[in-house]
Design a binder for this molecule. Structure first.
Ligand SMILES: [Fe+2]
Length: 301
């Protein structure tokens, strides 16, 4: 099936410490907090879309939902047919849910492997007013590449890959081994547009929870904005999971900070794009240089 999924439209997170999250998202990532609390959610803008990242305060921590954008109502209907053919229960998003997500229409289902609430939508509301970050940045790479990527941990790696490829139409970008030989994780990177990966799946590292979020990643347009943010991380004593470094597969330069929900956020720049002539390869490490791991996460010296 040809992928009708165009991009990662939005993510929702359950958070138990919304103030700490807000500090991280505004101070380090310069995301714009919307004034309106939609359904109690703290919503953040990173471009002209009404909202890309929503925090839902409560007792829990973890990913609440992922929203994937389709180009049309017809593409949405075709995906519903594919899901139903795979015996997956699909429901329409209610009018209220569509209003909360700022989309024309959509559907929701539970990913049968990860158990993740997954939404497919079309008709995102785009605001004419410019994105207004809390400090001057040159903006994020979004548009047809979507909001960024996220990585889920699962012990049922092959089943998850098969679902995203065969039912939702994602294509494989590459695969990778991560960690020392005795504790190795396997990663599979998948794309649905020019962005090297909008989704990656990995076997859980030792002690990490199965079926949970590993990290989300946002991509800066300007490398200096990554540098400025890295300075802020050091000055503010924000716990770092991986220092500045360059990935081996997509050649993105990035750093990872711990977030208040025991997962991570990556800020990246400069990854390569998927072309017509893409060839799937396997990498024996995640990095070319840098990315020293701080475990447990701790502030930079
Ligand atoms: Fe990443």
């Amino acid at each position: 099936m040809q992928s009708g999924i165009r991009s990662l439209g939005y993510l929702g997170l359950d958070v138990s410490n919304v103030e700490a999250w807000d500090n991280l998202l505004q101070k380090v990532f310069a995301l714009q907090l919307r004034e309106e609390r939609v359904g109690g959610a703290w919503q953040y803008k990173m471009d002209r879309h009404r909202s890309r990242l929503s925090l839902h305060p409560g007792d829990a921590d973890g990913i609440a939902y992922a929203g994937w954008e389709l180009e049309s109502k017809a593409a949405l209907a075709a995906h519903v047919d594919s899901l139903k053919a795979a015996s997956i229960e699909v429901s329409p998003l209610s009018e209220q849910e569509c209003a909360d997500r700022a989309v024309a229409s959509g559907v929701v289902f539970q990913d049968p492997v990860l158990g993740l609430r997954t939404e497919l939508f079309h008709g995102a509301i785009v605001e004419c007013r410019k994105f207004q970050p809390p400090r001057a940045i040159n903006g994020y790479v979004t548009g047809e590449q979507g909001m960024g990527h996220f990585v889920m941990m699962t012990s049922r790696l092959q089943e998850a890959v098969d679902f995203y490829a065969n039912v939702l139409g994602f294509s494989m970008s590459d695969t990778m081994d991560f960690g020392p030989p005795a504790q190795q994780s396997k990663l599979v990177f998948m794309h649905c547009n020019l962005r090297h990966h909008s989704l990656a799946l990995m076997t859980p590292p030792p002690g990490a929870p199965d079926g949970e979020l590993n990290h989300i990643a946002l991509t800066m347009r300007d490398f200096d904005d990554v540098g400025y943010a890295y300075d802020i991380v050091r000055e503010e004593g924000i716990p770092v999971l991986m220092t500045l470094g360059k990935h081996s597969n997509d050649l993105a330069t990035s750093f990872y900070v711990a977030n208040p929900s025991q997962s991570a956020i990556e800020m990246s720049w400069g990854g390569i794009e998927i072309g017509e002539d893409w060839v799937v390869r396997h990498y024996d490490d995640t990095k070319i240089w840098g990315h020293a791991m701080y475990m447990p996460p701790r502030p930079l010296d």
